[in-house]
Design a protein around this ligand. Structure first.
Ligand code: GLN
Ligand code: ZN
Length: 729
């Protein structure tokens, strides 16, 4: 059995690409410097796969920003506002589309299927002109090919064999095939690949699917296509695929790329179980037609376990990052070809067994409490409009109240303070003093800006999930386990390896301190259970909802402690609730049910007068609007700056919404400063579809990644816009 990798992380084991990009954007280095870093990264990745023994190595999985934007560039489908005049697209236009520039905003960004990766959404319309405007796929293929030829470590036999056969492979990523496509969409797919037939002849084409099962109808259609020689299936998330292949069969002479190594998680593969899956498939598709593969691109997992210096040996033995997964795929391939590495397999079996029996994984009490939640319902006793009245009596806010989402800019100084405290270079006393000063600065600024509901700015937090994970039991942390989120931004998801509990209060100290500095309401700021779950590497030895209920119980305790400490407004961020939505419709209701229930569990016990806010990132709320309402928060702030119209159309269509709502009035992902008129204009659009008394005015997400030089004028304009409209209502 041969081996294949769908795609590989491009940031580098120590985020080399991130730093090169940011320095280039800041004008501190040249395009050549950036290209050099990128070339080195690509080469080391190819060499690593080749050294491991992988037969099918992908090229063009690298990207300076996003692979979908690369495709848009290749097609020359540049929106008019970027003034593209033809030729090869350079960094200027490419990065303007990605990030906007001083005069034009960026293109819309949205999540890649159900991952935390964001891609740049192509803007295609009847007037889009296509032209071949980026030769990146070809140049990267040539670059990889040149390396093979000059690099002695690479298996010459493979090259010879490929050459003799005159074959090379093209991989088309078609994860959309796992969605419930309508028949006209499937027809379009057939048409496209049939049209390509003649240009593809002489080439092997792999259609790679991932993130779920391919539905039976789509399976039937694609496996019948002549121009396709291989099919990639995700056998980790696609739990029904094996049965489908068994019952529906597989076309003779075609290749099946079996994604048995999980590209979305960090757990070591259960090699014995993968072998049995692969043997079953081998019996169906034939010995030389089965290829062992990753379930999807490895860009959704961490890069290399070798750089983890702080994880203890036991936990480390349970894990595999991208570099280790490449080795696993190869070991599986070899084992099926009769060259099993016995030592590797027995070490793997021992690690699997140790994980199953480790006392660090199980906490009986937590298991019991979470089990008791199943099938029950938890919600606040009073309805939302009565609660809002009770809250308003206490809070006494103006109409169109202003607030922010939580974080304020994180300066270099601030990051240094946190780093030094973590490294024991400064005392706790010094640390508390520094953070207190920061909070006080942020509180004063908000008072000067005349914002109504304040935040403490989250200066003590590196990351909204990591901060909580570090204080909860059952979590482990990496030092370099970065995963690309968008552009140069990476996240370092915690690893949930065991039952979750909260040993002590996590945020009360800071929130109480912040509240003591002002007479205005200070929001307590928490991350919700669904977001903690969706932004972590979650254990795969129990259903996700069980882990989520455990986290919900821990956050519930925090909510109650904040309330007891006198915090009247508590925001529980569910930034990532939407992205956990299963891709297949048949699985969505179940997810939404336990996810929304988990959120309500956290705050069902508070008084009517305690105002619960939640915040959600990213568009496409329309299909889950009823679940959002069912979360029963008092106020929701929603990111929508790159897709205003979509969100508002829900309300235009008559969805009844009685709780407070703050659709973001400007985009914080861009350095651009919105004018007062522009913000007022947007608020007016919202007022056209929403009741005046439920509308809040806020940016669309946290301000952590912005600079004060951007935040101050932007918030000044935001407050001015709210005040202007108040006088007109
Ligand atoms: N409270 C968080 C912040 O402001 C929310 C971030 C997010 O939604 N991604 O940083
Ligand atoms: Zn957000």
């Amino acid at each position: 059995m041969a081996s294949h990798i769908v795609g590989y992380p491009r940031m580098g084991p120590k985020r080399e690409l991130k730093f090169a990009l940011e320095s280039f954007w800041d004008g501190k280095s040249t395009a050549d410097d950036l290209q050099k870093v990128a070339t080195d990264l690509r080469h080391s990745i190819w060499k690593q796969m080749a050294d491991a023994g992988i037969k099918y190595i992908p090229s063009n999985t690298f990207s300076y920003y996003d692979q979908v934007l690369d495709t848009t560039a290749m097609l020359g489908a540049v929106p008019e506002r970027y003034n593209f005049t033809g030729g090869e697209i350079g960094f200027d236009i490419y990065f303007s589309m990605a990030r906007g520039n001083a005069s034009v905003p960026a293109m819309e960004m949205t999540k890649w299927f159900d991952t935390n990766y964001h891609f740049i959404v192509p803007e295609l319309g009847p007037n889009t002109k296509f032209s071949y405007s980026s030769h990146k796929p070809v140049s990267e293929y040539k670059e990889a090919k040149a390396l093979y030829i000059y690099n002695n470590t690479i298996n010459r036999e493979v090259i010879a064999e490929l050459k003799a056969a005159g074959a090379s492979w093209i991989q088309f990523d078609e994860p959309t095939l796992v969605m419930d496509l309508e028949s006209h969409q499937l027809e379009a797919f057939t048409k496209a690949y049939t049209e390509l037939e003649s240009s593809l002849s002489g080439l092997n084409v792999l259609v790679e699917t991932y993130f779920a099962d391919v539905p039976p109808e789509a399976y039937k259609i694609i496996t019948a296509l002549k121009s396709i020689s291989g099919f990639g299936f995700d056998l980790v998330r696609g739990t029904k695929t094996l049965d489908l292949v068994k019952s529906a069969g597989f076309p003779a002479g075609k290749y099946l790329f079996a994604g048995v190594v999980d590209g979305r998680n960090i757990w070591a593969n259960d090699l014995a179980s993968s072998i049995s899956t692969l043997e079953t498939l081998e019996a169906i598709v034939g010995k030389d037609k089965l290829v062992g593969s990753t379930s999807c691109s490895l860009m959704h997992t961490a890069v290399d376990l070798v750089n983890e210096t702080k994880l203890d040996g036991e936990i480390k033995s349970w894990l595999a990052f991208a570099a280790q997964k490449v080795v696993e795929v190869n070991a599986l391939g070899k084992a099926l070809a009769g060259q099993k590495d016995e030592a590797f397999f027995s070490a793997n079996a021992a690690a699997q067994a140790s994980r199953k029996s480790s006392p660090r994984v199980t906490n009986e009490e937590v298991q019991k409490a979470a089990a008791a939640l199943k099938g029950s319902d938890h919600r606040r006793a009073t309805n939302v409009s009565a609660r809002l009245d009770a809250q308003q009596k206490k809070l006494n806010l103006p109409i169109l109240p202003t607030t922010t989402i939580g974080s304020f800019p994180q300066t270099m100084d601030l990051r240094r303070v946190r780093r030094e405290y973590k490294a024991n270079k400064i005392s706790e006393e010094e640390y508390v003093k520094a953070i207190k000063e920061e909070i006080s600065k942020v509180v004063k600024l908000q008072e000067e800006l005349d914002i109504d509901v304040l935040v403490h700015g989250e200066p003590e937090r590196n990351d909204m999930v990591e901060y909580f994970g570090e204080q909860l039991s059952g979590f482990a942390f990496t030092v370099n386990g970065w995963v690309q989120s968008y552009g140069s931004r990476c996240v370092k998801p915690p690893i949930i390896f065991g039952d979750v509990s909260r040993p002590k209060a996590m945020t009360v100290f800071w929130s109480k301190m912040a509240q003591s500095m002002t007479a205005r309401p200070m929001k307590g700021m928490l991350t919700g259970p669904v977001t903690i779950l969706n932004w972590s590497f979650v254990r795969n030895d129990q259903p996700r909802f069980e882990t989520c209920y455990q986290i919900a119980l821990a956050i519930k305790k925090e909510v109650e402690d904040l309330e007891a400490a006198g915090i009247q407004v508590i925001q529980i961020d569910e930034a990532a609730l939407r992205e956990g939505l299963p891709l297949r419709k048949s699985e969505q209701a179940f997810y939404l049910d336990w996810a929304v229930h988990s959120f309500r569990i956290t705050n069902c016990g508070v008084q009517d007068t305690t105002q619960i806010h939640t915040h959600m990132c990213y568009s496409n709320f329309n299909d889950i609007i009823h679940s959002i309402i069912n979360m029963d928060a008092d106020v929701i702030t929603i990111e929508n700056s790159r897709s205003d119209e979509k969100l508002l159309s829900v309300f235009r269509e008559g969805v009844k919404y009685g709780a407070g709502i703050g659709p973001g009035v400007y985009d914080i992902h861009s350095p651009r400063i919105p004018s007062t008129e522009e913000i007022a204009d947007r608020i007016n659009k919202m007022l056209a579809v929403l009741e005046t008394n439920i509308l809040w005015v806020n940016p669309d997400c946290g301000l952590k990644t912005r600079k004060y030089a951007e935040v101050k004028p932007a918030l000044t304009n935001m407050v001015a816009a709210a005040k202007l409209l108040r006088t007109q209502l």
